[in-house]
Write a protein that binds this ligand. Structure first.
Ligand SMILES: Cc1cc2nc3c(=O)[nH]c(=O)nc-3n(C[C@H](O)[C@H](O)[C@H](O)COP(=O)(O)O)c2cc1C
Length: 287
């Protein structure tokens, strides 16, 4: 198959999913290419499959994903796979997170026929326990391999979220409205050494160095990558401080850190509603 994978990632989790999926397709002899949606990949009728991977933000796709989909020219039923990547999994309030994107794509003649959720470490509010994060990374290749098996066998996998979840996703749009304001309010302290890492890490090119300090334009999507990537820890949220994990978030460090030599205890480490989806996802992999 000739495949294009378009993705949007904040702190690298979705990028890892997209790159691993690309490798899986290539390994099975497909012609596959991976792009960031912010590079505006064009989608022609000559591809067999379009895969869109996006990070779930407030039960929805981030605005750059929806805007890119709106900019696509009409096609004749190009097949689409949608993979959402979240910290919480396929549970309320995430169940409707792919619906707005699906609707936009269908209006342009695309045929979304397979949708699923991949869980990666949480980069907001409540961090995923280290041993659980390691397990999520460990099961990623097999989860992607199952997805490719499904696609090769022509399986259809579509969900129909209930009204309550659709409302939650609709309310999540408020994040799109508030995100630019969050960016504008990020504070830079005197430890900033103008290294420009925040500029290069911002997926929407919202940051520039003006008179030695990072300055934020109006395009912030609240991915938190600038805050977590700052080597000086100079960037601090001015509002909605609760969304930022106080000890930071660094996917590369999680990947590099030692593997665990003990098994996670599902009842102890994934207790409560917050981790219900993660528990379900990891147990599915065992069974
Ligand atoms: C602003 C924001 C909102 C988020 N909203 C959700 C959410 O609604 N549901 C969820 O399960 N995870 C949510 N997350 C967590 C991310 O989806 C998750 O950590 C993901 O692995 C990050 O992917 P990335 O590294 O590609 O950005 C949110 C993260 C951020 C920063």
């Amino acid at each position: 198959m000739k495949i294009k994978i378009a993705y949007f990632s904040g702190t690298g989790c979705t990028e890892l999913v997209a790159n691993n999926l690309n490798r899986e397709f290539l390994g099975r002899g497909h012609l596959s290419e991976c792009f960031k949606v912010t590079n505006n990949p064009s989608i022609d009728n000559d591809i067999d499959l379009l895969v869109i991977c996006f990070v779930v933000h407030a039960c929805n796709a981030p605005e750059p994903v929806l805007n890119w989909a709106k900019s696509l020219k009409t096609v004749e039923s190009t097949k689409v796979v949608i993979i959402s990547v979240s910290g919480g999994g396929e549970v309320t309030p995430n169940l409707s997170c792919r619906e707005p994107l699906k609707r936009i794509l269908m209006k342009r003649g695309f045929n979304p026929f397979y949708e699923t959720m991949i869980i990666m470490p949480s980069n907001w509010i409540v961090p995923t326990k280290h041993e659980v994060s390691k397990k999520l990374l460990e099961v990623l290749p097999s989860k992607l391999s199952y997805i490719v098996n499904d696609l090769e066998s022509g399986k259809i996998n579509l969900t129909k979220p209930l009204l309550g979840n659709r409302i939650l996703t609709f309310l999540g749009k408020l994040e799109h409205l508030g995100a630019p304001y969050f960016g504008k309010k990020i504070k830079v302290d005197q430890n900033c050494n103008s290294c420009g890492i925040c500029v290069s890490k911002c997926p929407v090119s919202n940051i520039s160095i003006v008179e030695k300090y990072p300055t934020f334009a109006n395009k912030c999507v609240l991915c938190l990558n600038c805050i977590y990537s700052c080597p000086q820890k100079s960037l601090k949220p001015g509002i909605m401080k609760f969304v930022v994990i106080s000890q930071g978030f660094n996917l590369k460090q999680i990947i590099k850190s030692d593997s665990l030599d003990w098994d996670i205890d599902y009842n102890r480490d994934l207790k409560g509603l917050t981790w219900k989806g993660v528990k379900q996802y990891l147990l599915e992999d065992i069974n």
